[in-house]
Design a protein around this ligand. Structure first.
Ligand code: S3P
Length: 190
C-alpha cells in the first residue's frame, strides 16, 4: 500500500515536470482545505494566496478591503501570485477572484497546472456561511445573490483551467483522493 501510494505521488510529481499546482474556484469550494491535504501527500509546500497577501500587507483580507478597497487588494494579489509562482514549485490556493486577472492566468499557464474545484451554489453557501466575517465581498448584500452573480461571471473564466474537478460535500480525505486520481489521469493523458 505504502509503495503504491509512493508511486502515485511520484507519477504526479514527474508529470508536473517542476510546475506548481494551482487550485482555483469560488470562495467556499475547498481550495485551501483540500489543497493542504494534497500538498502534504505530494510533499509540496502549500501556499495560500490570501495568507501571503495578509503577510505582505500586515493586515487581514477584510482590513485590506476596508482600508484600501478592492482595487488595491487585487493589485497586491497579482503581485503576490507572480512572486510565489516564479520562486519555486508549490501547491498554491488562489482567492476566488484571482483567476479573473489575465496577467495571473498567464503566470499560471507559464508556471503551473491550473485546477478548478467546481462546486454548486448550495454547497458554497453552506461553506461560506460557517465563517460570515471572512469574506468582505459577501457583506455587500444577499450572499446567495452575490454568489449567483459571481458564478455567472466567473465560471466561463474558471473554465479556462486545465483540469476541472467537481467539489463534493463528502469528507476532505475523499476529496483529496478524488483530486489525486484526477491529477494522475490528467498528467497521464497530457
Ligand atoms: C475573494 C475570495 C476570497 C478573498 C477575497 C476575495 C473573491 O478568497 O481572496 O475575499 O473575490 O472571491 P477565498 O476564495 O479563499 O474565500
Amino acid at each position: 500500500m505504502a509503495n503504491r501510494r509512493q508511486s502515485r505521488t511520484n507519477r504526479i510529481l514527474s508529470g508536473l515536470e517542476g510546475r506548481s499546482i494551482v487550485f482555483l474556484g469560488m470562495m467556499g469550494c475547498g481550495k485551501s482545505a483540500i489543497g493542504k491535504m494534497v500538498a502534504r501527500k505530494l510533499g509540496l509546500e502549500f501556499v495560500d494566496a490570501d495568507s501571503e497577501i495578509e503577510l505582505a500587507a500586515g493586515r487581514s483580507v477584510p482590513e485590506i478591503f476596508a482600508e484600501y478597497g478592492e482595487e488595491e487588494f487585487r493589485r497586491l494579489e497579482e503581485k503576490v501570485i507572480e512572486r510565489v509562482l516564479s520562486e519555486k514549485q508549490v501547491l498554491l490556493a488562489l482567492g476566488g477572484g484571482a483567476f479573473m486577472a489575465q496577467t495571473t492566468r498567464m503566470m499560471i499557464s507559464k508556471y503551473g497546472l491550473s485546477v478548478w474545484l467546481k462546486a454548486d451554489l448550495e454547497l458554497l453557501l453552506d461553506r461560506v456561511s460557517r465563517r460570515p466575517n471572512k469574506r468582505p465581498l459577501l457583506k455587500k448584500g444577499n450572499p446567495r445573490e452575490i454568489l449567483m452573480n459571481f458564478l455567472k461571471v466567473r465560471n466561463p473564466i474558471y473554465a479556462q483551467a486545465e483540469l476541472h474537478i467537481e467539489s463534493k460535500s463528502g469528507t476532505k480525505s475523499e476529496m483529496r483522493d478524488i483530486v489525486m486520481n484526477a491529477l494522475i489521469e490528467h498528467l497521464k493523458a497530457s
